[in-house]
Design a protein around this ligand. Structure first.
Ligand code: SAH
Length: 250
């Protein structure tokens, strides 16, 4: 699953036998990649869009595992544009039913943070580190065409940690400060991951959320967003999905 069309296209190009199914206003592409059965879908932006799509993937299409790839704003001190964050915990930063429940707690679940399975997180982080290694991005390597350095970016560092999701595009220093205060150690902010996590938990479906950092969630967050997504985040997403398919046990 991805939120934005640019990110799905590169994957769909690899699904020549794709079979398109319309459901709930979404198009699901069912096909094969690297000999595995895959369903690819665009969720659209935001928690409800993501939750609806995740529910359909699991309940109507019977996926055994769900991967979300996309972009996010970097909140961690050393989380820079072009880095990748693999979630080991997700929280809905705009969930607040206080004083009935503590801030961020999911009413009825008794927790605020949801955790993808630890072995899957470790496998995903290793696969991302391996596939986006400096050697593979260097001239002569299989990802040499991406050129993150032309956008002034370093070779991607892969971080594992907390991702916060909410129905808000965060682009001010004040909002960043508030998020960091309420969620110490938070690495990135986006608009879908924790909703996908809640659905996957409900169905006991293993899931992973992998985000390439597109901005620092501050006042410059909208600049060059399109160019970054097209030239860096999309090819990273494709490389990540291919790597995850390779390391997926049978
Ligand atoms: N400029 C884009 C905006 C995309 S909205 C457009 O016009 O379409 C942001 C999307 O990227 C969401 O799917 C969200 O998950 C992710 N995202 C990236 N940076 C973000 C940030 N700073 N705050 C919240 N979501 C962010």
């Amino acid at each position: 699953m991805a939120a934005m069309p640019q990110e799905l296209q590169a994957l769909l190009d690899l699904m020549p036998d794709e079979d398109r199914v319309q459901r709930g206003g979404r198009t699901f592409w069912r096909g094969h990649v690297q000999g595995r059965e895959v369903v690819a879908v665009l969720s659209g932006i935001g928690k409800v869009a993501a939750a609806t799509t995740a529910t359909l993937l699991i309940d109507a299409f019977g996926v055994s595992q769900l991967w979300f790839t996309g972009v996010a704003g970097g909140l961690g001190e050393d989380v820079r544009v072009g880095d990748v964050v693999v979630a080991d915990a997700l929280v809905q930063h705009d969930m607040d039913a206080s004083p009935l429940f503590p801030r961020h707690e999911l009413p009825g679940l008794g927790v605020s943070r949801l955790h993808p399975p630890a072995p899957l997180v470790a496998r995903v982080a290793d696969a991302v580190r391996e596939t986006l290694s400096p050697q593979r991005l260097a001239p002569g390597g299989p990802l040499a065409h991406i050129h993150p350095e032309t956008l002034g970016l370093r070779a991607p560092q892969v971080h594992t940690g907390l991702i916060a999701s909410g129905d808000q595009f965060v682009n001010s220093a004040d909002d960043v400060e508030t998020l960091r205060r309420h969620l110490p150690g938070v690495l990135a902010v986006e608009m879908e991951g924790a909703a996908v996590a809640q659905v996957c938990e409900a169905f006991a479906t293993p899931y992973a959320v992998v985000r390439t950092i597109s901005d620092r969630a501050d006042a410059s967050a909208h600049l060059d967003f399109e160019r970054f997504v097209r030239s860096v985040a999309s090819p990273y997403s494709l490389a990540i999905v291919m790597a995850l398919l390779r390391v997926q046990p049978d």
